[in-house]
Design a protein around this ligand. Structure first.
Ligand code: PHE
Length: 359
C-alpha cells in the first residue's frame, strides 16, 4: 500500500471512530474531551497530518483536501451533538428544578391577641350588640372626674381606699391641678354624659367603656394596672330590674351558659342603692369548691343605680331621669372563664402561656 493510500485509510478510520465516539457522548463535558482528543492541537487529526510531510509534494494538496473534509465532517457532527446534548441538559435541569406552584405555602408562626385584650374585645362586643355605644376616657385623670363628680368629695374615706397613684409634674405653678392615674373606669361616665349633653342630645344614653385602671396595690390577687369595663344607661324610669336583666344576659352570654346571679347590698359613693354581683360558681355548679371558697358564689362586679348627685354633677335632672351603672374587672372574668389560676400569668408574658391562650 502506498503512503497516500495508507494515510487515506487512516483518515477514514479516524473519521469513523470519531463519529461513533461523538454519538456515544452522554454529556457536554465528555463531548468537549472528545473534541480535544480528535481536533485539538495534539489531537488524533494533527497526528495524522504529521505523516503528510513524508508524501511527495504533488500528493500533499490531495491529502490536504481529505484532511479538511474530515475536519469539516467532525466539526459538523460535534455541533449537532452539542446542540442535542444542550437540549437534553436543559430538559434535565427543568425536570430537576420542577416546582409545584399549587402546593400551599409554608406558613410562619401566627401571633395572637393577649388574653386580656381578647377578653376586653369579647366583653365590649356583647354590650355593643345590646346597643351600648363604646366610649373611652384618658388614663391620666383629674380629681374632678375620678372622684368629685362621682360623689366622692375631698374628705371622703373612699378616696383613701382607692390607693391612688398621683402624677407629678404634668402641669406646674401655684394652681397646678393634681393629676392621677384613674383608679376606675367610672370617670368615663362623667365624660361620656357631659359630651353627650354638649352635643345637644337628651337621654336615653347607653355606654360601654373599656380601659386600663391603676391602683397602688400589688400582691397575688392585685396588679397595679388592670382592666375594667364600665357600663351604664340613663333614661326615663331605669330601674334595678333593667340592671339585673342586662347583667344576667351579659354574664350568660360571656360564660356561654345560663348563669345564676345574685345581688348583695353594698356601698359605692356613686350609686344608690348599690350592689355587688355574684354569679353561681362556674366550677362547681354552686356545690361549693376551692375557687368559691365553699360558698357556691363568686363576686364578679360592683353595680347600682347612678347616684342623683352624679347625675346632678353633669346637669341631668334626677327627678326626670335615672340610670344604672356597673364596673367589672376584666382579668377576673377572663380567669374565671378560662380557668386561669394566677393573675400574675397575665403580666409575666411567658410565651408558653400566651401561646396556649392565643386563638
Ligand atoms: N368603679 C367601681 C370600682 O372600681 C365599680 C362600680 C362601677 C361600682 C359602677 C358601681 C357602679 O370598684
Amino acid at each position: 500500500m502506498s503512503d497516500i493510500e495508507a494515510l487515506n485509510e487512516q483518515l477514514a478510520g479516524l473519521q469513523e471512530e470519531a463519529l461513533k465516539a461523538f454519538s456515544g457522548a452522554t454529556d457536554l463535558a465528555v463531548l468537549e474531551q472528545l473534541r480535544v482528543a480528535y481536533l485539538g492541537k495534539k489531537g488524533a487529526l494533527t497526528e495524522v497530518l504529521k505523516g503528510v510531510g513524508k508524501l511527495p509534494p504533488e500528493q500533499r494538496p490531495v491529502i490536504g483536501q481529505q484532511v479538511n473534509a474530515v475536519k469539516q465532517a467532525l466539526a459538523t457532527a460535534l455541533d449537532a451533538m452539542e446542540s442535542e446534548l444542550a437540549v437534553k441538559a436543559k430538559a434535565e435541569r427543568i425536570e430537576a428544578e420542577r416546582l409545584d406552584v399549587t402546593l400551599p405555602g409554608r406558613s410562619g408562626p401566627v401571633g395572637a391577641l393577649h388574653p386580656v385584650q381578647q377578653g376586653l374585645d369579647e366583653i365590649t362586643a356583647i354590650f355593643s350588640q345590646m346597643g351600648f355605644a363604646v366610649a373611652e376616657g384618658p388614663e391620666i385623670e383629674n380629681e374632678f372626674h375620678n372622684f368629685d363628680a362621682l360623689n366622692i368629695p375631698p374628705e371622703h374615706p373612699a378616696r383613701a381606699m382607692h390607693d391612688t397613684f398621683f402624677v407629678k409634674g404634668l402641669s406646674s405653678g401655684e394652681n397646678a391641678e393634681p393629676m392621677l392615674l384613674r383608679t376606675h373606669t367610672s370617670p368615663v361616665q362623667i365624660r361620656a354624659m357631659r359630651r353627650f349633653l354638649e352635643e345637644g342630645h337628651e337621654p336615653p344614653l347607653a355606654v360601654v367603656a373599656p380601659g386600663r385602671v391603676y391602683r397602688c396595690d400589688y400582691d397575688v390577687t392585685h396588679s397595679p394596672m388592670f382592666h375594667q369595663v364600665e357600663v351604664f344607661k340613663v333614661d326615663h324610669d331605669v330601674s334595678m330590674a333593667h340592671l339585673k336583666g342586662v347583667l344576667k344576659h351579659f354574664l350568660s352570654t360571656y360564660f356561654e351558659r345560663e348563669v345564676d346571679i345574685r345581688l348583695r347590698p353594698h356601698y359605692f359613693p356613686f350609686t344608690e342603692p348599690s350592689a355587688e354581683v355574684d354569679i353561681g360558681c362556674v366550677f362547681c355548679a354552686r356545690k361549693g369548691c376551692r375557687i368559691c371558697k365553699g360558698s357556691g358564689w363568686i363576686e364578679v362586679l360592683g353595680s347600682g343605680m347612678i347616684h342623683p348627685n352624679v347625675l346632678r354633677s353633669v346637669g341631668i335632672d334626677s327627678s326626670i331621669f335615672s340610670g344604672f351603672a356597673f364596673g367589672l374587672g376584666v382579668e377576673r372574668l377572663v380567669m374565671l372563664k378560662q380557668g386561669i389560676p394566677d393573675l400574675r400569668l397575665f403580666f409575666e408574658n411567658d410565651v408558653r402561656f400566651l401561646r396556649r391562650m392565643g386563638s
